[in-house]
Design a binder for this molecule. Structure first.
Ligand code: RUG
Length: 838
C-alpha cells in the first residue's frame, strides 16, 4: 500500500489487510481475534483462533477478488458460468495459503503466537456441498479457471445441510445431519443487494403487447427470493480470484407483509419456512429422484437465479442481449441445471421481448452440456404432471422446442415414427416424463463426455441418435484434478521431494512431471521416495489408530485402498471377496508366506440404498473377524474409515500403495479418485473402465495391474444370458467364500444377514462380480508378487507420478476453453491502494 506523508512524499507500507510479512500477519491475526471474534487470547477457543486466521487470509483474497471483478467489468471479457448443483470445494484455509504462497509465513506467524497451523487448519468445518466426483470436479475446475486467469463464475446452491456426516455404529452406516454453518462461514460474503426473485407454480396467459405482438406471461403462485453468497476462489500464484456464487432461498418480504396485514401470522411463518426449505438440504445421489418435487424446485431455483444474474451483469455493460452468447458461456454440469434451457428462453422472450428464433439462437450458443453417467437410472426425467404444475410456462416452451425439433426429425427420417419417440423430449411410453438429457442436448451447441471411453459409449449407445444427428457437437473432455489441492496441500513431503529435483514449475504445468522419469533409475532417489512414502503412511496409520482404534503397520504392509461412494457398480464387495480369499489361505496354512496388506475402505452410501449399506456392514463384519483372528497375526488388516470426505481423503491418497479402480467395465464414466491416487504414486489395479483406460496408456501397460472383462465382453456376456451360478459352481474357492458369507461366518448369530447380498450375486449379479472374480484374484496375486520387490515397486511408483501430467484440471480447462467456451485469459493487475491523507 502507498501512504501519502504530510510532506507530500509517498511511502510503501505493509497494510494489515494485505501485507505478507510476519509482523503484519501477527498484527492482523490478533486484531481479528479482538475485533471480529471479540476475544482476547486467554479465553479464545481453537475455533476463535481459526476464525481470526481465516479472516486474516480472507482479507488478502479480497484485494485480488475485487481487482478481478473490476477488471472484468472494465474490459470486454467473456465469462465462463459453470452451473452445477454441487460444488465440493473442501476446506478453504490450507488451499488459500498455498495459492497465496504464504503458507510458510503464516506457519511462522501463528507459531510465534504459540499456535500450530495444522491444528487451526483442522478446525475448519468442510462445506460438504456435493456427493462425490461430480461436485469435486466442479471445485477443481473453478480452481483451474482462476489459476489460468479465465473470468468465471461458479453458480450453485448454498445448502444449509450438505452431505450427511457418516458414523459407523455396530458396523452399520448411520447418517448425521451436517451442520456445517453452525460456527459461521468466514469465507462467504452475502450480497443481499443482488437478490433476485424466482416464481413457481401458477398459470400462464397470453396477451398482445403495445405493438400488437402475441406474448405469453407466467403468473406464478409463489415467489422465492434468491440471495447470493459469494466465495472468492483464488488461482495459484496469480492475482485472479473468481466468484463461487451460491444461492440461498428466502421468503420475499412482500409476502410476509401481506400475510401480516391480514393477520395471518402463522401463514406468513409457514410461507417463510416453505421458501427456505428449497435450499435446506443436498440430495444424496444414487437415490430414485422421480417425484421429489423439492429437488426440481432446487434445480429451477438456482438456475433461474443464475441466469437472471448473468443477464443483469450483461445489461450493466451493454444495452442489448443480442451478443449475450459472446459474453457468457454456460456449462451444464450434468442434467441437473438443464431446465436452464427453457428458463433462458422464457427470460429472453417473456421478460426481454426477444422473438423465438433469436432467443433460440442465443440459448443454443450459450449452453453446453457435460454428461457424467451411463447408468440409465441416473438419467434424469421429471413426470409431466409435476413439471407442469411447478413450471407451466417452461413446459409450454419445452413443447414448442420439441415440436420444432421433431419437425426436423420428421423431414430427416420420413415414415419413421420410431425416430420421433426416440428423440422426443417427452417420454410417453407409459407415464409421461420430460427427458432432461434430451433437453440439454437439443439446447446446447456442445456435448461432452468425461473420459475417452465414456464419450465413445455416449456416441455408440446412450446418445447415439443425437450423435448421428450432430456429430460435430460431440467431443471428449477427460476429467482432471488440481495438483494444488491433491499434491501440494495434501502431500507436502512428495511435493518437496519432486521440487528438490525438478524445481516447482510443475505445480502450474503438470506435464513437467515427466522430467522426474530419469530419477526412477536413481537408487538414492528411490530410497528417498520410499522414506517419504513411509512417513506419509505413518501419518495415516496414526489417524486410523485414533479414529478406528486399529493398529496398522505403515512399514511393511501394502496399503490397498478403495475410497469412493459405495455402490454395487463400483464393486467394493469384489474387494471383500479377495480379502476373504486371502484370509482362507491363511486359515488353511497359517504359516503361509503372504504379503502383509492393510485394506482401507471409505465412502458413503445413499441413505435409502439398502444394498450399499449392507456392503458397508459386510466390510466391517469381515474386518471384525480378520483383525481379531490370532492365525492372521496382523498380516491382514481391514479398516473402514468413517465419514469419508475431502478432508479425510487428503490423508488417504498420499498414503496409498495400491488404488482399487474395479468397477464393471462401461459403468464408471471417468472417476477422478483414480487420478489422485496415481499422481501420489499409487499403482492401480483396475478394469478398462472410465479414465482407467487413459491412465494405463499414460503410465504404461507394464505399470498398471489390469484385470476383468472389457466393455464389449460385458455386453456380450449379458446378451448371451449371463448365469452367475455357473461361475459359482465351477470355482471351488469362490464357492467357499460365498458360502462362508451366507453361513453367517462373518455375522455370528445371524446367518441371514448377508443373504440379500449373496442372493443378488448368485441369481442376478448385475455387475458381473462372479465373472470377474478369478481374473481379479490372479491379478491381486501379481500385485503381491510385485510388492515383494520393493525397489522395483518404488520405481514404478515414481513413473506413475511422473507420467500423470495429462490429468491436471488445468489441461481439461484449456480444452473446454478452446473447443467449447471460446474463452481466454484475462490477467488481473493489482492496483496500489493509495491511503488518503489524514
Ligand atoms: O460417476 C461419475 C464419475 O465417474 C465421474 O468421474 C464424475 C465426474 O465426472 O461424475 C460422477 N457422477 C456422475 N456423479 N454424479 C453423476 C450422475 O449425475
Amino acid at each position: 500500500m502507498i501512504q501519502n506523508l504530510p510532506n507530500g512524499n509517498q511511502i510503501h507500507i505493509e497494510d494489515d489487510r494485505t501485507g505478507f510479512d510476519i509482523e503484519t500477519l501477527k498484527r492482523a491475526f490478533s486484531d481479528n481475534l479482538f475485533y471480529i471474534q471479540g476475544k482476547f487470547p486467554e479465553i479464545a477457543t481453537k475455533n476463535d483462533f481459526y476464525m481470526a486466521l481465516a479472516y486474516t487470509v480472507r482479507d488478502r483474497l479480497l484485494r485480488r477478488w475485487l481487482n478481478s471483478q473490476q477488471t472484468y467489468l472494465k474490459q470486454d471479457v467473456k465469462i465462463v458460468c459453470y452451473l452445477s448443483a454441487e460444488f465440493l470445494v473442501g476446506p478453504h484455509l490450507g488451499k488459500n495459503l498455498i495459492n497465496l504462497g504464504i503458507a510458510d509465513q503464516v506457519r511462522q506467524a501463528v507459531g510465534e503466537c504459540g499456535l500450530n497451523l495444522d491444528d487451526l487448519i483442522e478446525q475448519e468445518e468442510e462445506p460438504g456441498l456435493g456427493n462425490g466426483g461430480l461436485g469435486r470436479l466442479a471445485a477443481c475446475y473453478m480452481e483451474s479457471l482462476a489459476t489460468q486467469d479465465i473470468p468465471a463464475i461458479g453458480y450453485g446452491i448454498r445448502y444449509e445441510f450438505g452431505i450427511f456426516d457418516q458414523e459407523i455404529c455396530d458396523g452399520w452406516q448411520v447418517e448425521i445431519t451436517d451442520k456445517w454453518l453452525r460456527y459461521g462461514n468466514p469465507w462467504e460474503i452475502p450480497r443481499t443487494e443482488a437478490s433476485v426473485e424466482v416464481g413457481l407454480g401458477g398459470y400462464t396467459e397470453s396477451y398482445y403487447d403495445e405493438q400488437n405482438r402475441y406474448r405469453v406471461r407466467w403468473l406464478p403462485d409463489r415467489t422465492i427470493k434468491g440471495v447470493p453468497y459469494d466465495t472468492p476462489i483464488l488461482g495459484y500464484k496469480t492475482n485472479t480470484a473468481n466468484t463461487l456464487r451460491l444461492w440461498k432461498a428466502e421468503a420475499p418480504e412482500s409476502f410476509n407483509f401481506q400475510a401480516f396485514n391480514v393477520g395471518d401470522y402463522y401463514g406468513a411463518v409457514n410461507q417463510k419456512t416453505y421458501s427456505e426449505n428449497i435450499t435446506k438440504v443436498l440430495y444424496p445421489n444414487d437415490e430414485p429422484i422421480q417425484g421429489k418435487q423439492l429437488r426440481l424446485e432446487q434445480q429451477f431455483f438456482f438456475v433461474s437465479c443464475s441466469l437472471q444474474d448473468m443477464i443483469r451483469i450483461h445489461l450493466s455493460k451493454e444495452n442489448s442481449l443480442d451478443n449475450f452468447a459472446d459474453k457468457f458461456a454456460a456449462q451444464l454440469n450434468d442434467t441437473h441445471p438443464s431446465v436452464g434451457v427453457a428458463e433462458l428462453m422464457r427470460l429472453l422472450m417473456d421478460v426481454h421481448d426477444l422473438e423465438w428464433e433469436q432467443a433460440w439462437e442465443i440459448t443454443q450458443k450459450t449452453f453446453a452440456y457435460t454428461n457424467h453417467t451411463l447408468l440409465p437410472e441416473a438419467l434424469e426425467k421429471w413426470s409431466l404432471s409435476l413439471f407442469g404444475s411447478l413450471l407451466p410456462r417452461h413446459l409450454e416452451i419445452i413443447y414448442e422446442i420439441n415440436h420444432r425439433f421433431l419437425n426436423g426429425i420428421r423431414t430427416l427420417y420420413p415414415d419413421n415414427p420410431g425416430k420421433l419417440s426416440y428423440f422426443s423430449l417427452i417420454d410417453d411410453s407409459g407415464e409421461k416424463y420430460v427427458r432432461m438429457a434430451h433437453l440439454a442436448c437439443v439446447g446446447s451447441h456442445a456435448i461432452n463426455g468425461v473420459a475417452e471411453l465414456h464419450t465413445e459409449l455416449l456416441k455408440k449407445d446412450v446418445l447415439r441418435g443425437f450423435y448421428e444427428l450432430w456429430p460435430q457437437k460431440f467431443s471428449n473432455k477427460t476429467n482432471g484434478v488440481t495438483p494444488r489441492r491433491w499434491m501440494v496441500l495434501s502431500n507436502p513431503e512428495l511435493t518437496q521431494l519432486i521440487t528438490s529435483k525438478i524445481g516447482d514449475t510443475w505445480i502450474k504445468n503438470l506435464d513437467e512431471l515427466r522430467s522426474l522419469e530419469p530419477f526412477a533409475d536413481d537408487p538414492a532417489f528411490r530410497e528417498a521416495w520410499r522414506q517419504m512414502k513411509k512417513q506419509v503412511k505413518g501419518r495415516l496409520a496414526h489417524r486410523i489408530q485414533q479414529r478406528c482404534g486399529i493398529t496398522v503397520d505403515p512399514n511393511y504392509s501394502l496399503f490397498d485402498v478403495q475410497v469412493k461412494r459405495i455402490h454395487e457398480y463400483k464393486r467394493q464387495h469384489l474387494n471383500v471377496l479377495h480379502i476373504i480369499t486371502l484370509y482362507n489361505r491363511i486359515k488353511k496354512n497359517p504359516n503361509i508366506d503372504i504379503v502383509p496388506r492393510t485394506f482401507i475402505f471409505g465412502g458413503k452410501a445413499a441413505p435409502s440404498y439398502f444394498m450399499a449399506k449392507l456392503i458397508i456392514k459386510l466390510i466391517n463384519s469381515v474386518a471384525e473377524v480378520v483383525n481379531n483372528d490370532p492365525d492372521v497375526r496382523g498380516r491382514l488388516k481391514v479398516v473402514f474409515i468413517p465419514d469419508y470426505n475431502v478432508t479425510n481423503s487428503q490423508l488417504v491418497y498420499p498414503a496409498s500403495d495400491l488404488s482399487e479402480q474395479i468397477s464393471t467395465a462401461g459403468k464408471e464414466a471417468s472417476g477422478t479418485g483414480n487420478m489422485k491416487f496415481s499422481l501420489n504414486g499409487a499403482l492401480t489395479i483396475g478394469t478398462l473402465d472410465g479414465a482407467n483406460v487413459e491412465i494405463r496408456q499414460q503410465v504404461g501397460e507394464e505399470n498398471f495391474f489390469l484385470f476383468g472383462l472389457k466393455t464389449d465382453e460385458v455386453y456380450q456376456m449379458k446378451s448371451q444370458g449371463y448365469n452367475p451360478w455357473e461361475f459359482y459352481s465351477s470355482n471351488g474357492v469362490l464357492r467357499e467364500v460365498l458360502d462362508q458369507i451366507s453361513s453367517g461366518y462373518f455375522s455370528p448369530g445371524d446367518s441371514n444377514l448377508f443373504k440379500p447380498l449373496v442372493d443378488s450375486l448368485l441369481y442376478h449379479d448385475e455387475y458381473l462380480l462372479l465373472a470377474d472374480y478369478q481374473s481379479y484374484i490372479d491379478c491381486q496375486d501379481r500385485v503381491s508378487e510385485a510388492y515383494r520387490d520393493w525397489d522395483n515397486w518404488t520405481r514404478i511408483s515414481i513413473l506413475n507420478t511422473a507420467r500423470m501430467g495429462k490429468f491436471s484440471s488445468d489441461r481439461a480447462i484449456r480444452e473446454y476453453c478452446q473447443d467449447i467456451w471460446n474463452a481466454s485469459s484475462v490477467p488481473v493487475e493489482l492496483e496500489e491502494y493509495v491511503q488518503a491523507k489524514a
